[in-house]
Ligand binder design. Structure first.
Ligand code: SF4
Length: 244
């Protein structure tokens, strides 16, 4: 599989070939390969600066701190998340963190009271997350996510690589367990997100995130009781090509 082949992504077969070739490669090696070789200059990390985000942020800072990082600030984030973002950016020396926000015109027209989440969360996620991310990813051939198989039943079959239109999603931590994340953070003396200690194991927007009980999936606290499990970003709805 050449880089040229990779750039022609748009079919699941190509992603499957990558998966077969790199499934045994360690996360850091895979990340380095993706950033320096496969998609050099054309890949971004999409980070929620949530519960597990520091792992990939730290890894890319060790590979190339200039790697673009896209953070979608929906306007509904926990204050703790914004503070954690600023702390990690400074600590890791990340040089290209792009905090993108929803279109003000759409917000004033469709969610003027910032209450759309309560009665139409799919629409709210589309305006506040999916659309800003799609715009931010224009021009990139690939993006990195921190999704893991253990997080939810809907992610149990997650691959290292996913084809998505003309873009590739790279999931270096797909096979990581919760204990591996904790061990990585401890071994590098990286502070956890402050809400983790309060029982938030997957952290999104404030109105749609709740604590997780022992034994529940880490993502059980997202849109609890709403019958919604993903924001749309990972549901194949990103026209530009789809923790967080
Ligand atoms: S997670 Fe909730 S508040 Fe955030 S964009 Fe989606 S519906 Fe809106």
């Amino acid at each position: 599989m050449s880089v040229h082949d990779v750039r022609l992504f748009g079919d699941q077969i190509a992603a499957s070939r990558l998966e077969a070739r790199f499934s045994a490669v360690r996360a850091t090696s895979l990340l380095r390969l993706a950033i320096e070789d496969l998609f050099a200059g054309k890949i971004a990390l999409v980070s929620s600066f949530g519960a597990d985000s520091a792992v990939l942020l730290h890894m890319i800072s060790q590979i190339d701190a200039r790697t673009p990082v896209v953070f979608v600030d929906t306007g509904q984030m926990f204050p703790e998340t914004l503070a954690y973002r600023d702390a990690l950016v400074s600590r890791f020396g990340l040089a290209d963190v792009r905090s993108v926000t929803p279109d003000p015109g759409r917000l004033s027209a469709e969610d003027p009271e910032a209450f759309l989440w309560s009665h139409d969360p799919d629409r709210c996620c589309d305006i506040r997350k999916v659309a800003p991310l799609a715009a931010a990813l224009e021009g990139f051939d690939a993006w990195i996510t921190g999704r893991k198989r253990h997080q939810a039943a809907t992610r149990a079959a997650l691959s290292l690589f996913e084809a998505e239109g003309d873009r590739v999603k790279v999931n270096p931590l797909a096979g990581w367990s919760a204990s591996e994340v904790i061990a990585y953070l401890r071994s590098h003396e990286i502070p956890p997100h402050p809400l983790v200690a309060k029982g938030f194991l997957s952290i999104g927007c404030l109105p749609c995130t709740s604590r997780v009980a022992p034994g529940e999936d880490p993502r059980a606290g997202r849109w609890r009781g709403r019958g919604k499990v993903e924001c749309g970003i990972h549901a194949g709805t990103l026209d530009a090509g789809s923790d967080i």
